[in-house]
Design a protein around this ligand. Structure first.
Ligand SMILES: Cc1cc2nc3c(=O)[nH]c(=O)nc-3n(C[C@H](O)[C@H](O)[C@H](O)COP(=O)(O)OP(=O)(O)OC[C@H]3O[C@@H](n4cnc5c(N)ncnc54)[C@H](O)[C@@H]3O)c2cc1C
Ligand code: SF4
Length: 449
């Protein structure tokens, strides 16, 4: 959605030099000696807790040992065979609550092994050299439709293609990658990495991506089921929750995901308009990324307001710290009550907070731009008239990703798998569904024989 330039919202607040500095790589690549030093800190633990904390179960001590031995190709195989999007996950995983959070080194010298940085060291090396790491099995004669080219769909497609199945991915967007391309903060994935990773992943062969094709508009589930041996739904959560309150239609009020998509889609981030005083409503990843990127585009004041305490925020402590060190003010225990405007343009937001005496206190924060980040929802277009059972706001699935509809699996954010909404979890869901589809094919092959 294009954002109208109104009030004090303007593009080019900072010089091109300042912007290129603000949006540069947040965690630059380790060089060989830094990687060797980081690898040497690993104890190669037996029953390593870091592996158990990784949703894709990468054999972390094994790949770190290989980096230490100078075997970067072997390290990349270890990583990418467990997680084909290991390059992106090395950039975006909240490692502080996953592998690095579980590392035994935290108890020894309060600093985990730099697992994410080492993972990036090995995967970037392999991708930059165009190393051929995997070989596809002979053609199985099976054809699978994958809907959605985000992390879940790509991981599923890669696994299926390796097993010799033919995969067609249909995606509504012009580019593949899902939120890797349109959602992740720009400074986490620079130099078009999302597209380079998609190209590497598809280089295994057997994967055809049809861009700009929307389930429910251009294609329907019944036809896909008839034309393919299996279907995997990986459509993410493309809807956004509304505040449902007075003033939401004022100019200057926008969904944070749309604002972020504008930044990710811009060939020059300087062309993206931003307010001078920005208020972000929400407490998750999206809220943090919208707030930090507003600051980086040149907003003078950015306030992130969350209705509960920091302990309930889905953004991790590291993301919160990052927002605050980037100049974002965090206000907790305050819920918006209305958006106030003048001549159709937002001027402030009124909040309510319970005081320590139990009474309700109201206060106002001035704003010329308000970004709503209170959660994404499933848009069930194309699946609503089918027999698919929903579980709350997601597609109901069993532990293998199987939906209530025979031959149809689902995974990633759109499915009720019980995991958290992270890139790495979507990858794991895609892998699990691919294994189940493959097993189903094997069973039917045995029956037919
Ligand atoms: C702003 C933001 C920042 C985030 N930052 C991080 C982070 O730093 N680290 C992290 O681990 N996680 C992060 N996440 C979460 C992570 O991006 C998601 O959990 C992950 O992308 C989910 O993958 P997916 O494949 O299920 O869905 P998506 O990535 O959403 O991909 C779904 C794909 O389906 C397509 N699609 C949707 N509907 C249709 C349809 N009807 N027909 C055809 N195609 C369709 C879409 O175009 C899209 O390409 C972030 C999320 C957001 C919103
Ligand atoms: S827990 Fe830490 S020290 Fe142990 S294997 Fe994992 S990365 Fe190495």
């Amino acid at each position: 959605m294009a954002f109208k330039q109104t009030g004090d919202i303007a593009a080019q607040r900072l010089s091109p030099e300042q912007l290129s500095c603000e949006f540069s790589d947040i965690a630059p690549l380790l060089d060989a000696s830094a990687a060797a030093a980081a690898a040497s800190r690993c104890h190669y633990c037996y029953d390593a807790p870091c592996v158990n904390a990784c949703p894709t179960q990468i054999d972390i001590p094994s790949f770190i040992r290989k980096i230490g031995d100078g075997n970067l190709k072997g390290a990349a195989v270890d990583i990418l065979s467990a997680n084909p999007l290991g390059g992106m996950c090395a950039r975006v995983c909240p490692t502080e609550i996953l592998c690095e959070g579980a590392c035994v080194r935290n108890h020894q010298d309060a600093k985990p092994v730099a697992i994410g940085a080492l993972q990036r060291h090995a995967t970037d090396w392999a991708m930059a050299r165009g190393e051929v790491l995997f070989k596809r099995a002979a053609d199985s004669g099976r054809h699978v439709a994958v809907i959605g080219a985000g992390p879940a769909g790509l991981a599923c497609a890669h696994r299926l293609a390796l097993s010799g199945h033919q995969v067609t991915i249909y995606d509504a967007h012009e580019k593949a990658g899902g939120l890797n391309e349109y959602g992740i903060a720009a400074y986490k994935t620079v130099d078009d990495f999302a597209q380079r990773e998609v190209a590497w992943l598809c280089s295994v062969g057997g994967i055809d991506i049809k861009h700009g094709v929307t389930l429910g508009r251009d294609i329907d589930l019944d036809t896909l089921r008839q034309q393919h041996d299996a279907v995997f739904l990986a459509i993410g959560l493309s809807g956004v929750r509304a505040l449902a309150m007075e003033g939401e239609d004022l100019s200057g009020v926008m969904n944070a995901v749309d604002f972020i998509e504008q930044i990710r889609s811009a060939s020059d981030v300087g062309t993206v308009p931003v307010g001078r005083r920005v208020v972000v409503i929400g407490g998750g990843n999206t809220a943090v990324d919208a707030a930090v990127q507003s600051r980086k585009l040149g907003a003078t004041s950015v306030t992130m307001v969350y209705r509960r305490g920091v302990e309930s925020m889905s953004a991790t402590w590291a993301e919160r710290d990052f927002a605050q060190t980037s100049g974002v003010t965090l206000v907790t225990h305050a819920a918006p009550t209305r958006l106030i405007g003048n001549a159709g343009v937002v001027t402030s937001v009124e909040f309510e907070r319970a005081s320590s005496e139990g009474s309700q206190e109201r206060f106002v924060i001035e704003a010329d731009m308000v970004l709503k980040a209170i959660g994404q929802t499933l848009v069930p277009v194309g699946i609503e008239r089918e027999l698919l059972t929903l579980d709350g706001n997601r597609i109901a699935v069993d532990e293998s990703g199987q939906t209530s509809l025979p031959g149809v699996w689902a995974g990633g954010d759109c499915a009720a798998t019980g995991g958290i909404d992270l890139t790495v979890q979507a990858v794991q869901d895609g892998k699990i569904a691919a294994a189940a589809i493959d097993a189903q094919f094997a069973r039917t092959a045995v029956k037919a024989a």
